[in-house]
Design a protein around this ligand. Structure first.
Ligand code: ZN
Ligand code: ZN
Length: 338
C-alpha cells in the first residue's frame, strides 16, 4: 500500500509531496488514516531545521485527526475504525525524571509527531498506542484538528492556573492560539479580557466572548488591566516578549503570567510584585492524550471551535507559507479527502 507524504528533505528545504510505502504498525503502535492535520507555527522546527536531533527526510504535522486503520500487537485499547487525534504529545520514554513523576508531557526524551517521527502532513501516520485521544462523534475532523495543539495549549494552561470563575483572565494576542483562548476563558466563566493590536479587532474579540478589549497600539496594557482590578491570569499567546513585558505589570494579587508564545528575546519583569503580591511567571507545555480528550469534550459541550482555512494535502506548502506569513484566519488545516 502506498500513500502521499509531504516531507522536507532536510532543514530549510521546501515541503514536497512524495509517494511512499505505508508502514505497518509494530507492537504497541497504531496506524491512522489521516483525515485532517492542522498547520502550526511549531512545524517550523522541522521545516527550518531548528532542532539538531531531527533526522530527515521528515514529515511535519502534530494536529492530526483520522481513523485507526491498523493496530499492532499488544494494543488492547484501540480498534480499527475509531476516530482519534494526536497532538504535540506523541509518546514518552517512561525513564526520565518527569516521566517517573507522572508528568509525561514534560518527558525529556519526548516523542513528537512531525519532529521525532513522521507527522500528519500525510495520508497515514503510525504512532505509539499512548499517543491518540478519542474524538467525540459530533466534532468535524478539520475543525477539531487545531484543538490538538492550539486548543489544548490554551485550554489546559488556563485550567491549571489558580484562577477560578469569575476571576479576570487576559488573553494577550487574538491569533491562532488567542482566538481559542478567548473562547475557552469566556466559556469557563472568567471575566475575559482580550488584548490585541488595533481598534478594528474589538468587535471580533467581543464576538469570541471577551467582555473587555484592550488595544495595545493606543493603550498602556498594564494600566488598562489595573483599571479592571488586575488580572488573575494573563495567557501570553504572542511570540513577542516586549508585549509580554508591557502586560505583566497588569497582574493583580497572586497573578500569573503564563507564557505560551516562544520568543528569543528576554522577558522583563519587576521583581517586587512577584514577592509582595505572590505573582508568578511560568510557561506551559500542551498536554497528554487524556488532556486532549478533555479539550475535545469541552469543545463539544461549549461549542468552542477554531476558525479555519482548509487546503488539500497537495497544497501543504501553500498552507504552511500562509500560516508563516501570519495572514491565515486563523488556523490552516490540510485535508486528505479521506
Ligand atoms: Zn503546535
Ligand atoms: Zn521521559
Amino acid at each position: 500500500m502506498q500513500g502521499r507524504y509531504v516531507q522536507v528533505a532536510k532543514g530549510g528545504a521546501p515541503l514536497e509531496v512524495v509517494t511512499r510505502d505505508v508502514p505497518e504498525p509494530k507492537a504497541h503502535e497504531v496506524r491512522i488514516r489521516v483525515q485532517a492535520c492542522g498547520v502550526c507555527h511549531s512545524d517550523s522546527v522541522t521545516v527550518d531545521g531548528l532542532f539538531p536531533f531531527i533526522t530527515y527526510p521528515r514529515v511535519p504535522g502534530h494536529e492530526v485527526i483520522g481513523l485507526i486503520d491498523a493496530v499492532g500487537a499488544d494494543v488492547p485499547q484501540w480498534k480499527v475504525g475509531q476516530r482519534v487525534g494526536v497532538g504535540w504529545y506523541g509518546g514518552h520514554c517512561g525513564r526520565c525524571e518527569p516521566c517517573r513523576r507522572g508528568d509525561l508531557v514534560a518527558c525529556q526524551n519526548a516523542l513528537i509527531p512531525g519532529v521525532t517521527y513522521d507527522g500528519g502532513y500525510a495520508d497515514y501516520i503510525v504512532v505509539p498506542a499512548d499517543a491518540p485521544a478519542a474524538v467525540p462523534d459530533s466534532l468535524n475532523s478539520a475543525e477539531a484538528s487545531p484543538l490538538l495543539c492550539a486548543g489544548i495549549t490554551t485550554f489546559n494552561s488556563l485550567r491549571n492556573t489558580g484562577a477560578k470563575p469569575p476571576d479576570t483572565v487576559a488573553i494577550l494576542g487574538i491569533g491562532g492560539l488567542g482566538h481559542l483562548g478567548v473562547q475557552f476563558s469566556a466559556k469557563m466563566g472568567f471575566n475575559t479580557v482580550a488584548i490585541g493590536r488595533g481598534a478594528d479587532k474589538a468587535d471580533f474579540a467581543h464576538k469570541l466572548g471577551a467582555r473587555h478589549y484592550i488595544d495595545s497600539t493606543t493603550e498602556d496594557v498594564a494600566e488598562a488591566l489595573k483599571k479592571l482590578g488586575g488580572a488573575r491570569v494573563i495567557i501570553a499567546t504572542v511570540p513577542d516578549n516586549d508585549a509580554m513585558s508591557a502586560a505583566v505589570g497588569g497582574l493583580g494579587y497572586a497573578g500569573e503570567l503564563v507564557v505560551l508564545g516562544v520568543s528569543m528575546k528576554p522577558l522583563q519583569v519587576s521583581t517586587l510584585p512577584l514577592i509582595l503580591q505572590r505573582q508568578k511567571v511560568h510557561g506551559w507545555p500542551s498536554g497528554t492524550a487524556i488532556e486532549s480528550e478533555d479539550t475535545l469534550k469541552f469543545s463539544e459541550i461549549t461549542g468552542v471551535l477554531p476558525i479555519i482555512e482548509k487546503y488539500p494535502l497537495e497544497k501543504a506548502a501553500e498552507a504552511y507559507a500562509r500560516m508563516m506569513s501570519g495572514k491565515a484566519r486563523f488556523r490552516a488545516v490540510l485535508e486528505t479527502g479521506a
